[in-house]
Design a protein around this ligand. Structure first.
Ligand SMILES: Nc1ncnc2c1ncn2[C@@H]1O[C@H](COP(=O)(O)OP(=O)(O)OP(=O)(O)O)[C@@H](O)[C@H]1O
Ligand SMILES: [Mg+2]
Length: 416
């Protein structure tokens, strides 16, 4: 593992499609975009488009391919640009009103228009509306959530094109093609597992594939931990948001999440979700009994106790709430697995590392911190054992431009 020092381009970059035909799945969306491109080249006035859909399925890539294959100059804007109305008015609006360099037609892309929407400035809304009216160049907006209220002002004035997750056969074919082109030898079984885990997220699939090029096949199991988090959230929802004995209890029956881990999660989140003191203290009482039975079960190897533990943990905590509930707050990571909380210095360091990695992994910082870095930590630690630290530091330097101290920060980071 980690033996090859490859070029620094991630697979996502290297295999980013140059043409719309290279976008897998999404025939309908591709045809719509191709028609849009033809209209633009013919000089027709086109209505702005909003592309929307899940993460990692080719929205940005399609906009790039559209520009590239039609010889359009790309003017790409991101969240930080439109939070600032003045910047939009002074810099972008004039660009939109003039001809492109050498008279070239431009394509203006507002990527991730719904990101950071809470900071979306109403001044920007006005200027974007003006820009749509006055622009000489075609405009594409890209969002994950079309129904986000902050961008409802776009609904009247844009045509929408939905992107869907490509199906697994298509993702499999892409991964096989890339594996072959890279001259790698990965078993079909392993590739199928990567495809399944990616759930149609092509970016995740390519990143995982890349990771597996460098890793022992058994590490595939760790990739699965990414899904774990959302599984835990689903169980937490059933415990905290339902007030039904069976719903809460059954949530544990349908999962194999470790009881210890779940006790940690619930413990961390009771005061985060429940608002009345009485509910909070009753929930903790149930939780402490759950924890006691859980310990007894393992100490005495009498697993009958687990039944009590799981009912107290699920329905017990669930029915403790008699007051209102904070449905808006996000689940907090349990302290034991929240390595980020160690010190502010570590937190800052991991933030900087994640920012650097956005260049290579094309995921946002939050996703990198929550799902890529823990996996990297495992791979790094395993590799250090096998190859010694120097080979690993060198590899990380070459591939991700991370120095030794940064690699050490990653290696001490993980879920548990
Ligand atoms: N449908 C697809 N066909 C081919 N490659 C794809 C497809 N979707 C994603 N990819 C690959 O994954 C990379 C990332 O995809 P892209 O940036 O387009 O995702 P996105 O839909 O814009 O996601 P996000 O909402 O997170 O911005 C692309 O550069 C490309 O390599
Ligand atoms: Mg994108």
């Amino acid at each position: 593992m980690l033996l090859f020092i490859r070029d620094h381009m991630s697979l996502c970059d290297k295999y980013a499609p140059n043409t719309l035909n290279g976008i897998i799945g999404n025939n309908f969306a591709r045809n719509r975009l191709a028609a849009f491109g033809i209209d633009v080249l013919e000089g027709k006035k086109v209505r702005p488009i909003i592309i929307f859909g899940a993460s990692g399925i080719g929205k940005t890539a399609a906009a790039h391919a559209l520009a590239y294959s039609n010889g359009l100059e790309l003017i790409e804007l991101s969240a930080s640009d439109y939070r600032n109305a003045e910047n939009l008015e002074k810099k972008v609006l004039p660009l939109a009103k003039t001809r492109g360099l050498f008279n070239k037609k431009c394509l203006i892309v507002f990527d991730e228009i719904d990101e950071l929407s809470s900071k979306f400035d109403s001044g920007s809304e006005k200027i974007i509306t003006k820009l749509m009216k006055e622009s000489r160049h075609p405009i594409i907006f890209i969002a994950n959530d079309y129904w986000n209220r902050k961008i409802s002002f776009l609904r009247e004035t844009t045509d929408k094109i939905e992107f869907k997750r490509p199906d697994s056969v298509e993702v499999l074919a892409l991964l096989e093609r890339v594996t072959k082109a890279e001259g790698k030898d990965l078993s079909k079984d392993l590739i199928i597992q990567i495809v399944k885990r990616s759930n149609g997220d092509v970016r995740a699939a390519l990143n995982d594939l890349e990771m597996m090029f460098d890793a022992d096949p058994e590490l595939i199991d760790y990739l699965g931990m990414r899904d774990r988090k959302s599984e835990i959230f689903k169980v937490l929802d059933k415990i905290f948001l339902s007030s039904n004995f069976d719903t809460a209890r059954n949530s544990l029956l349908s999962t194999d999440i470790d009881l210890d881990m779940l006790i940690n999660w619930v413990s961390q989140n009771i005061s985060n979700k429940y608002t009345s003191n009485a509910s909070i203290s009753e929930a903790y009482e149930n939780l402490s009994m759950a924890s006691m039975f859980n310990e007894k079960a393992s100490r005495k190897s009498y697993y009958g106790y687990l039944r009590y533990a799981s009912v107290l943990l699920s329905s017990g905590v669930s029915l403790s709430n008699s007051g209102s509930m904070n449905t808006m707050s996000q689940y907090a990571f349990p302290a034991t697995i929240r390595h980020l909380s160690k010190t502010k210095k570590d937190r800052d360091a991991i933030g900087i590392i994640a920012s650097k990695l956005t260049l290579y992994l094309h995921a946002n910082k939050r996703t990198i911190i929550s799902s890529h870095i823990p996996i990297m930590a495992m791979i790094i630690n395993q590799s250090i054992e096998k190859l010694g630290p120097d080979a690993v530091y060198e590899f990380m330097e070459q591939k991700y431009r991370l120095d030794k101290s940064e690699v050490q920060v990653i290696s001490s980071y993980g879920w548990s």
